[in-house]
Ligand binder design. Structure first.
Ligand code: SF4
Length: 257
């Protein structure tokens, strides 16, 4: 990435850039020491929230469902009460051959209006976060745990999550990402089937599902907008995710063609 672009994105993240006196500008952000051998957590075996009754969508998804039928199934879903208050479902967006899958919590008001995840200020910050590690938004796939907006942006209820997770599970099965980045507590806890706080989930390499897909946890951009002091920790998470991906994919970033 051009140095001026990276500089702009790091500025958006609120990351200070340390430059030696009389030294030429550098492209990288601050030197953040990440553990050489990060802890590998026990794989999360199932997409089910902890201590939650396992429900199924009203119409079970066919095995090996393809993208278009899956989109149609989400668009017509009435498996939980959120269908009564949504403007539209928010399926997800991005490159269906992407190697990176970014997973957030649920649509907010603007996402509900536009039908796309991570738009508005939080979306712009997510775009900046991804670009800072060399990933234009269109090279990744972005989805949420829930496909419909909880009224008032309240936390998803366990039964809503249980009803909706089969859709995300199908998206993961289709995409087969090389790495997953969960942004925010709700996404992290549901993917890992844990009640552990975000602070205990960050900074570790988790794995997900039968494929043991690497899973990195970081803050939700909406939280970072409210708490800019944690942007530096988010930058550490992003660098960790980037280095993890580089290890497993031979250093090539971005999605498929
Ligand atoms: Fe269906 Fe998920 Fe929307 Fe509930 S949140 S109505 S399960 S798509």
């Amino acid at each position: 990435m051009a140095s001026h672009l990276r500089t702009a994105y790091l500025d958006a993240l609120g990351i200070d850039r340390w430059v030696a006196r009389n030294a030429p500008p550098v492209e990288e952000g601050p030197a953040v020491v990440m553990p050489d051998a990060p802890t590998i957590e026990t794989p999360a075996r199932a997409l089910a929230p902890a201590a939650t009754p396992v429900l199924v969508p009203r119409a079970p998804l066919p095995a090996n469902i393809d993208w278009d039928p899956l989109r149609a199934a989400v668009a017509s879903c009435t498996a939980c009460d959120l269908c009564k208050t949504r403007t539209q479902t928010v399926f997800g967006v991005g490159n269906v051959r992407a190697e990176w899958l970014v997973i957030g919590e649920a649509p907010g008001a603007e996402e509900d209006r536009q039908g796309e995840p991570f738009v508005g200020r939080a979306g712009q910050l997510l775009n900046s976060m991804l670009l800072a590690i060399g990933l234009p938004r269109e090279t990744v796939f972005i989805a949420n745990i829930l496909k419909c907006r909880p009224p008032g942006n309240r936390d998803p209820k366990p039964e809503e999550v249980a009803r909706c997770l089969p859709f995300l599970s199908a998206q993961i099965a289709l995409l087969k990402p090389k790495i997953m980045l969960a942004v925010g507590r709700i996404a992290a806890q549901n993917l890992l089937a844990t009640d552990a706080p975000l602070a205990r989930l960050r900074g570790k390499l988790h794995t997900f599902g039968e494929a043991n897909t690497p899973l990195v946890i970081t803050y939700h951009p909406a939280y970072l907008l409210r708490t800019p002091g944690d942007k530096r920790k988010a930058w550490e998470d992003l660098k960790f995710a980037r280095s993890t991906y580089a290890r497993i994919a031979g250093g090539v970033t971005g999605g498929g063609a």
